[in-house]
Ligand binder design. Structure first.
Ligand code: ATP
Length: 217
């Protein structure tokens, strides 16, 4: 069977160490060789990113330039209409074939709200879910039914992720990285430094482009 391939979807407005560091640790823990970053095309009815699609993609490129674990997939950005994660995973499953182990990486905050995603029950028919810890979010699901769904699919064996194409959830003991894109944007609005929160090449780009200066208060 081909080696496990994982994807991390996100708005990346901007990409930061909270995306990169837990996933690097996850790769060590699970034997992942490749992680594809998949910037979202944000639906018009949702709050729009402050950076343009091109700027968000450029920041991802700059962040991963010296991190060979990561690659970038621009497919969601190239669409005229936003796509749901489940649809992107269906397209990828078609490309990789039925046998390829595929995983979608999420933070604990996303696991807690996964049941609000479009066709969320189909996700595990298409991929595994790899969950990174995130500070400030409970470890238990909201309801007994959701907890039971989680328990049914949980595995503690990283090797199992390589042995079947989809269907498992792995909660990884990744480092807690207390960073969010919201905090970065807020710090910039308030004229504070973000030096410790994201790669220097991305900070330079943000400064050159004058991003996140508008105050929303
Ligand atoms: P925002 O603050 O704008 O909502 P964000 O920082 O949460 O953004 P996203 O691009 O929305 O970043 O996140 C993409 C994915 O990365 C999500 O699955 C999210 O759970 C995960 N993620 C983001 N930040 C962290 C973090 N600090 N630790 C673990 N996972 C994270």
């Amino acid at each position: 069977m081909a080696s496990l391939h994982a994807l991390l979807g996100g708005t990346f407005d901007p990409i930061h160490y909270g995306h990169l560091r837990p996933v690097e640790a996850l790769a060590q823990l699970t034997g992942l060789q490749k992680v594809t970053l998949l910037p979202n095309n944000v639906p018009p009815h949702r709050p729009q990113p402050e950076a343009s699609s091109a700027q968000r993609v450029r920041m991802v490129e700059l962040a991963i330039g010296d991190r060979p674990l990561f690659t970038l997939d621009r497919r969601e950005m190239q669409r005229k209409t936003p796509s749901y994660t489940v649809e992107t995973l269906e397209a990828l499953r078609g490309e990789y074939g039925e046998q390829q182990p595929l995983a979608f990486i999420i933070g604990q905050d996303s696991l807690l709200t996964l049941h609000t995603w479009h066709r969320w029950h189909d996700l595990l028919t298409l991929c595994h879910l790899l969950v990174c810890r995130r500070p400030g979010y409970p470890t238990k699901m909201e309801t007994p039914a959701l907890q039971s769904w989680l328990d049914t699919h949980l595995t503690a064996q990283a090797t199992a992720l390589h042995q079947q194409p989809s269907g498992l959830i792995f909660q990884a003991d990744t480092p807690l990285v207390p960073v969010s894109a919201t905090e970065i944007r807020q710090r910039r609005h308030q004229g504070q430094s973000c030096d410790d929160l994201l790669p220097p090449a991305v900070i330079d780009y943000i400064e050159r482009e004058g991003l996140y200066l508008k105050s929303f208060t």
